[in-house]
Write a protein that binds this ligand. Structure first.
Ligand code: DGL
Length: 279
């Protein structure tokens, strides 16, 4: 039994798609959400910068005494999972391995597509996991750099989004994939636009369900479930009305009273000693 909150973090609003699923599957858990809205997007950045930003968020969350960390971002999972695990005294759940597990279970043709940010695609982590789980499967990768700003701007079912979706996804249609991994936690916001281009025969798999199931298993195994009262908090590095608007759209509730703007310790260096250990 452990009443501490679960730390969930992302570069911006994308992690809320995972948060929604955690709230659904684990209604007795408290969530401490952190979105680095002042520095989103992470995807076009290099792995070292992403690692540095991610460790600053981890430092912030560990100081708030979270009992587990959920990296609700594929770009951070791809570039910083090992670095985060190395400094974290609490369990760390990332999104990529559970999502690949779900994709591999669903494909019949063993032709899997993955869309993500440039950081995620360039990391090579997706093909690595797919090949580890389903040896001969074919992986078709495509980075969709403009999807994140479109999702952050709330341009769902917008002509610009439709046009870009076609541009990005047509090469994947040509690969005759039967499963497409939405390898970025922002992309479920554009799910309809993506489905409209891919057609009914392609199953879309996102990170929220599989990652939450992994989190459930970790909490259960370690006997860390909460039995006390629930209290959620949402922190962002830039509290704009847009965040509230999109949060409301994703979570279905107005979280205005629960959102705080915070400052991360950006002086903190990667792997620095004073990273707080909350154990
Ligand atoms: N939502 C994030 C992901 O899953 C990153 C988006 C971004 O900041 O570029 O990759």
């Amino acid at each position: 039994v452990d009443s501490r909150p679960i730390g969930v973090f992302d570069s911006g609003v994308g992690g809320l798609t995972v948060t929604r699923e955690i709230l659904r599957q684990l209604p007795n858990e408290s969530i401490f959400y952190l979105g680095d809205t002042a520095r989103v997007p992470y995807g076009p950045r290099g792995p070292e910068i992403i690692r540095r930003f991610a460790l600053q968020m981890v430092d912030f969350l560990l100081r708030r005494d979270v009992k587990a960390l959920v990296i609700a971002c594929n770009s951070i999972s791809a570039c910083a999972f090992e670095a985060i695990r190395a400094v974290s005294p609490v369990p760390v759940i990332e999104v990529i391995r559970p999502t690949v597990g779900a994709a591999v279970r669903r494909t019949r043709t063993r032709r899997v597509g993955v869309i993500g940010t440039a950081a995620t695609v360039n990391s090579g982590v997706y093909p690595r996991h797919v090949h580890a789980m389903a040896g001969r499967a074919r992986v078709a990768l495509q980075s969709c750099p403009l999807f994140v700003p479109l999702a952050e701007e709330g341009l769902y079912a917008h002509p610009v989004t439709r046009m870009l979706a076609k541009e990005y996804l047509d090469p994947l249609r040509a690969e005759r994939i039967d499963v497409l991994v939405l390898g970025c936690t922002h992309y479920p916001l554009l799910r309809r636009d993506i489905a409209a281009v891919m057609g009914r025969r392609v199953t879309l798999v996102d990170s929220a369900g599989p990652t939450t199931r992994e989190l459930c298993a970790v909490l259960e195994e370690a006997d860390m479930e909460n039995r006390g009262p629930v209290r959620h908090r949402f922190c962002v590095t830039d509290a704009s009305p847009k965040f509230l608007e999109i949060a409301q759209r994703i979570l279905g509730v107005n979280i205005q009273g629960y959102v705080r703007q915070v400052t991360l310790d950006t002086e903190m260096l990667v792997g620095e000693e004073r990273l707080v250990r909350s154990a």
